[in-house]
Design a protein around this ligand. Structure first.
Ligand code: ATP
Length: 292
């Protein structure tokens, strides 16, 4: 196999709680992760010239060892002493620095792709063990589907799939640093009512009840981002006023998603978000569920 084409899928957090800040500075989280159809496209090709070459459609992304696709390729190529070169073409669609694990998913796809191309024979578990060295979300991006993520995000349990729905993604034209959000969270001082009830969301998923699930969604990081960036709340309100069953910020933001029970309802909300000029990137997608 001389080349392989891959899709790196984005995620949203249906629930995100931070339990505490550990002494080493890491935060202990409890998150419900959901893969969605929105994806980046990747192509990996073997080349005669040794080394890793990265090309991307976004001029501002690094193409050196700071890109997660580079890091992922290097990790496996070093371990398995692969002497060829590879060229990786990355077409980004997932909003960047947006709380959608775009970079982690690209890295996960490259681990998967190199494993296939070179017949390394690594199991999904073995890939996930290597993936965590690239980032806490990478193992989840390899596993995909609906999952509970605990620890620093790397301890995964499979959950029942998300009920059928349409998801509207809207990213405002602002950048929110993940570091800023966590530094301003003061996780250990949060009041009990500020924590979302992730367990009751899991129960709603077991019951396959989309309405109940949406009514219980919560993201503790909104306590930091919404006061700092009111546009996040404006997008949520616009979605809710235009037929969303639920709407929330994903990850550390600033992307907001809305859940709709029909594509027609979601299209109506797209018009409203566009008309209000609240978002730079807007798209409609659906949950991506893995058959297990
Ligand atoms: P998360 O949801 O895991 O917090 P994110 O959506 O906040 O992820 P990414 O889009 O993954 O953030 O990227 C954050 C930063 O990482 C970017 O500003 C970029 O410089 C760098 N980066 C490295 N590799 C990639 C990649 N393949 N795609 C996007 N960003 C990348």
């Amino acid at each position: 196999m001389d080349k392989i084409q891959l899709k790196a899928l984005a995620k949203i957090n249906l629930g995100l709680d931070v339990l505490r800040r550990r002494e080493d500075g890491y935060h202990e989280v409890k998150m419900i992760m959901q893969t969605i159809g929105l994806h980046d496209d990747l192509e990996i090709r073997k080349t005669k010239t040794p080394g890793i070459q990265v090309k991307t459609n976004l001029y501002y992304l690094p193409t050196n060892e700071n890109n997660l696709v580079y890091k992922a390729a290097k990790l496996l190529m070093d371990e398995f002493q692969i002497q060829d070169g590879v060229s990786i073409q990355l077409k980004k669609r997932i909003p960047v620095a947006a709380g959608m694990a775009g970079g982690s998913s690209d890295g996960a796809a490259v681990l998967w792709g190199i494993n296939q191309m070179y017949g390394l024979g690594l199991s999904m578990q073995a890939l996930m063990e290597r993936g965590v060295r690239l980032g806490a979300d990478v193992p989840y991006c390899i596993q995909r589907g609906t999952a509970l993520a605990e620890g620093i995000g790397e301890k995964l349990s499979v959950l029942p799939p998300m009920p059928k729905c349409t998801i509207l993604i809207a990213k405002p034209g602002i950048s929110v640093s993940t570091k800023f959000v966590y530094e301003n969270l003061h996780a250990n001082d949060l009041k009990p009512e500020q924590h979302p009830d992730v367990d009751s969301m899991i129960e709603a998923m077991r019951q396959k009840d989309l309405g109940l699930l949406c009514s219980r969604m919560g993201n503790v990081l909104e306590t930091v981002t919404i006061p700092a960036y009111p546009v996040i709340n404006e997008i949520k309100r616009t979605m809710m006023d235009n037929g969303a069953i639920g709407s929330m910020m994903s990850g550390s933001g600033p992307t907001v998603f809305g859940i709709f029970d029909s594509p027609a309802a979601a299209k109506q909300a797209v018009k409203a978000v566009r008309a209000a000029k609240l978002a730079k990137q807007i798209c409609l997608t659906t949950p991506y569920n893995v058959k297990r």
